[in-house]
Write a protein that binds this ligand. Structure first.
Ligand code: TXA
Ligand code: MG
Length: 313
């Protein structure tokens, strides 16, 4: 057994905060049943208390301690998508501390598809509450180095290299009719529709996750989605996150996110490209090429728009 994994699990047991890999992005985790440890996540992340955390499990039995729901649809979805990047928002068990759910009567739960994450949760002996391991509103971390850049104060950072998916989980809520999407992510609406119908009825309550603000995932320098090439602006200090390759000739610095025109590669490499340009002193403005809003393109454009939001004139 990896010595670091044992150390990380012991720290979680001791009420400490540990950054760990998942297949989507790195998380900043603590024992979900320890309100003081969870409070420290909010503090380190500088996260507002109204934004609830996802609880990570390694075994289906843990659902019983987190939720009282007996709904066969949960098991159908779990069988198809867990371990994996689907978060289900379910009625919470009274034992789940309010700080985890920001006082909501529901709790977001997922079983990550990353061996280290699953081993860590099992060895810790408790469900692990964890947001993405970035400062609130900043770029999500897909490597341990990204975590270190923003959250060096974490008690420990488990490093197993780059996340394989790179974009956050899809968050859904079950309704009487089917499911609603609270946050688009790696798993598409169409994939979930193979199991349950999509509920497109308009209801005013919680159509989006409370943490889904207009601005998020944002680099600390100007970030814009490339809509058309403005030939008057100087591109000598601009970096391009390129997908098709069509606009590369206009930019001095380019990071190509896919060599085979595959949107999954955009998802995997998008946050890393933002981090690289954020760290590159010679780049003053970051542009990202938009993609068609289909399948995982929906989640990619969601992240790009939120990253751009505060930088638009
Ligand atoms: O892929 C992921 O989901 C990653 C990895 C680490 O698992 N986690 C992640 O967590 O993205 P975070 O905290 O960055 O985003 C979680 C989102 C927030 O927007 C929050 O508002 C929403 O989940 N959320 C959590 N619990 C909820 C609940 N009970 N009801 C509605 N939304 C909830
Ligand atoms: Mg996040």
């Amino acid at each position: 057994m990896d010595i670091n994994l044992n150390k990380a699990a012991q720290l979680i047991k001791d009420g400490k905060v540990v950054a760990f890999p998942t297949e989507t992005v790195y998380g900043l985790g603590a024992n979900a049943f320890d309100p003081d440890a969870v409070a420290r996540i909010f503090e380190l992340k500088e996260r507002p208390s109204f934004d609830p955390l996802i609880v990570h499990i390694s075994h289906l039995d843990q659902l019983n301690e987190l939720t009282e729901i007996k709904d066969s649809r949960v098991h159908m979805l779990a069988e198809r998508f867990w371990p994996g990047p689907l978060t289900m928002v379910l009625p919470k068990h009274q034992n789940v501390p309010d700080i985890v759910t920001s006082g909501l009567p529901t709790v977001g739960i997922r079983m990550p598809a990353n061996k280290t994450a699953l081993d860590l949760i099992s060895l810790s002996g408790c469900p692990v509450a964890a947001p993405s391991a970035n400062k609130f509103g900043r770029i999500s971390p897909t490597t341990a180095a990204h975590v270190k850049k923003q959250l060096s104060e974490a008690d420990f950072i488990l490093d197993v290299g780059k996340a394989t998916i790179g974009i956050e989980s899809t968050i859904i809520r079950l309704t009487n009719y089917g499911f609603k999407i609270l946050r688009n992510g790696f798993i598409t609406k169409e994939e979930i529709e193979e199991i349950l119908p999509f509920d497109n009825s308009m209801q005013s309550e919680d159509l989006v996750a409370p943490g889904m603000l207009k601005s998020h995932y944002s680099p600390d320098k100007k970030f814009l989605i490339l809509d058309n090439i403005d030939h008057t602006t100087d591109k000598s200090k601009a970096g391009l996150i390129s997908f098709t390759g069509a606009y590369e000739k206009y930019f001095s610095k380019v990071i190509k996110v896919s060599e085979r025109n595959d949107l999954k590669d955009y998802a995997v490499n998008m946050f890393d490209a933002m981090h690289q340009f954020e760290d590159d002193q010679s780049v003053e403005v970051i542009f990202a090429e938009p993609v068609e809003e289909k399948g995982i393109g929906i989640a990619i454009m969601d992240r790009l728009r939120k990253a751009e939001y505060n930088w638009q004139q």
